[in-house]
Design a binder for this molecule. Sequence first.
Ligand SMILES: Cc1cc2nc3c(=O)[nH]c(=O)nc-3n(C[C@H](O)[C@H](O)[C@H](O)COP(=O)(O)OP(=O)(O)OC[C@H]3O[C@@H](n4cnc5c(N)ncnc54)[C@H](O)[C@@H]3O)c2cc1C
Length: 600
Amino acid sequence: MPVYKAPLRDQQFVLHEVLRVVDSLRPMPPFREIDADTINQVLEEGGRFCAEVLLPLNLSGDEQGCRLDPVSHEVKTPEGFRAAFDQFREAGWQGLAAEAEFGGQALPHALQIAFDEMRCATNQSWTMYSGLTMGAYECLLANGTPQQKATYLPKLVSAEWTGTMCLTESHCGTDLGLLRTRAEPQPDGSCRITGQKIFISAGEHDLADNIVHLVLARLPDAPAGTRGISLFVVPKFLPAGEGATAGVGARNALFCGGIEHKMGIHANSTCQIVFEGATGWLVGEPNRGLNAMFVMMNGARLAVGVQGLGLTDAAYQNAAAYARERLQGKSAAPGSRSDKPADPIIVHPDVRRSLLTARAWTEGGRAFAYWLALMVDQQHHHPEASEREFAADMMALMTPVAKAFLTDNAFDGVSQCLQVFGGHGYIRESGMEQLLRDARINMIYEGTNAIQALDLLYRKVLTDAGARLRRFGELVQRFVAEHGSSAEMNEFVTPLADLADKVQKLTMEVGMKAMSNPEEVGAAAASYLRVIGHLVFAYFWARMAQVALQQAGTAADPFYRAKLATARFYFQRLLPETAYHIRAARSGAKNLMELEADLF
Ligand SMILES: Cc1cc2nc3c(=O)[nH]c(=O)nc-3n(C[C@H](O)[C@H](O)[C@H](O)COP(=O)(O)OP(=O)(O)OC[C@H]3O[C@@H](n4cnc5c(N)ncnc54)[C@H](O)[C@@H]3O)c2cc1C
């Protein structure tokens, strides 16, 4: 069975030594009392829950999958899932970062994300049931009426009820403007929701008393396209009463019409949900449903990036352990004179290349994702308007990068780790093939990575003439100015500064081309996102190297030596990928568009 050890040392390094989260959080009123000990204790406890409760259910959950009873339309999750969810609920984990007003613990998102990483590393399928609940909570918190908040939020925070997001229909995935689900207003202020959604994660299950669906639908006479979409809250059981003591009333007119049999995340139920005149209530303003849903989608996109991050670490830990034990071939190191028939495969440079790739994706991604979560806290709670605005800009700019770059890297990293196991990686028992299958969905849902790339380049960079990107560039410039004269930092700072310069030129060039041909944006976007992802990683890897260098000089802690070796690997072997992507992005749209569609 795969092993997992909570990466507490590295999490603490990122949170305390690199990001200095306590100093950053304390000016924010909800976190005045936060301290490093509290953060570390929560992570330790959370890591234990993940390793002891979630991990043992991961392989069996994958094998058993979810089962739909065609008569009752109810879904049974794999053995042990419910008990683990009960334990999670009783310990109050769901409300870790939720507002105290609704029963949460009001701890920072920067801590939540570190816990989420460990949950995804040990059981992505199980984690999704509560992950979507948090998304529903945030969406209702931002858009709900006081009565909706009072009714649903305490139940979502306590995990007695779970949440879903219902966007997709069979003919409408990326292009939500095509959606057909209808909402008919009723005299009592509710609406009757009719239509069929597909691919709804955690749409039906046996883990909670009620399931709160957030559904996109059209009101009568709504304009066509995305401007005519509204958001509704549609619970499986109608709520009886309000607040923490509310119960469930009548069954609503909706049911699970089927569950998908899919490549990965077998233990998360992916449902068709049929609404047959179900009772729902408008959330937010009519025809502004997509805007309201975006609150949920932004959080969810960062969460999906973190799913990729967790899976990469899980794969890495197992592959590294295997490589230290598996004996094949002899070391080619000069002077190596082992009299054993074979050495552990960790002696081979190419095995190390695979391991270091996964490790560099994991540790770079961890610094990036935790920083972005800190931006969530800053955006919501910082007393200075300028700090809140900066954080909002960073969130907007970096959400698509976190979603796409981390999940693309994860698929690569997990695949490299599977390779370390050779044929044994392809066999079920190693657990590696499950991780790879699970990692694949993260590149697709929550908006495919192609859509994230378009969002980044068109909406987040070109539409504001690069203003947000320049703000991130200022962080880079400040770091370069501070450390550029240090001889030992040169190997990190020089390539970082060089890439920042190239990004500026590339952005200008693509922007100019896009003015005469809008197709240039789509043609450049995927490569552009990888270049920006590397700019972010180079910045965080340089910051981590700088902290490690300070420590490596005084203490011989191997942790810092490993950090520096991985930083060097990143700069010398992964960052050069940008040269290819800059060339590809600059090559323009013609090489993609000249072939007629019927010649494909
Ligand atoms: C396991 C699973 C769980 C899911 N969970 C949920 C959920 O909880 N709630 C929910 O509402 N949905 C969910 N989805 C749906 C998911 O978000 C969609 O599958 C995804 O958004 C893509 O839509 P689609 O499958 O219809 O593909 P399409 O939109 O048909 O896209 C097909 C391909 O065309 C590309 N493409 C489409 N339009 C463009 C464009 N304008 N520019 C460039 N490329 C484009 C896409 O990148 C993709 O590669 C889930 C899906 C799966 C498989």
